[in-house]
Design a protein around this ligand. Structure first.
Ligand SMILES: [Zn+2]
Length: 183
């Protein structure tokens, strides 16, 4: 079983290849690949994050803790605006504290959701998090959430999906059919 370092290196070094393949496919479809430097950078982050994400079901505590901590960044992205808006109507909170308080509450909600998910038996080692369905859900979430930051959310979504699939390939290259297992 490849360790964290191997998975990370694979994610880092295969990203340019992924971008090449993606742009070739886009060109073959008669369109031009129009990624900005922001798209390429965001795509990279989610690709490399994805290349290690499935091992959040691993017993390796540091990795699990690291992924949980990083995932709170998503929680801020998803919940922050809503919480900030609600809290700004509460007059007793001084304005200067609104941002840090809203960030903290978004992270708390995120931590609760992540812990709840990980406690499900679904997340036994090499279970659901090691499946093409998980890769597709991760890609779809990125696609939906990157609408506001990118003109090509599909690229961001597919970056994440392929990052997870690179992980699956490294874990299951001896049993290639398992790379595409559904659950
Ligand atoms: Zn794995």
């Amino acid at each position: 079983m490849p360790n964290l370092s191997t998975h990370l290196k694979l994610g880092v070094f295969t990203y340019p290849v992924f971008v090449l393949v993606y742009s070739l496919i886009v060109n073959a479809a008669g369109k031009s690949f129009t990624a900005t430097v922001i798209d390429l950078s965001i795509g990279y982050v989610f690709y490399v994050f994805g290349s290690d994400l499935p091992d959040l079901d691993s017993n390796s505590a540091p990795l699990r803790t690291f992924i949980k901590a990083l995932s709170l960044g998503f929680a801020i992205y998803i919940f922050y605006s809503f919480i900030y808006e609600k809290f700004s109507t509460i007059v007793v909170i001084p304005k200067i504290l609104l941002i840090p308080i809203s960030i903290s509450v978004a992270m708390l909600i995120g931590a609760a959701v992540v812990n709840l998910f990980l406690s499900l038996s679904l997340f036994s080692h090499r279970g659901f998090a090691h499946s093409i369905t998980f890769a597709a859900i991760y890609g779809l979430m990125l696609y939906l959430f990157s609408y506001q930051m990118s003109d090509i959310p599909l690229f961001i979504g597919i970056s994440g999906f392929c990052g997870v699939m690179i992980h699956m390939t490294a874990d299951y290259y001896k049993k290639p059919l398992k790379i595409f297992k559904l659950k």
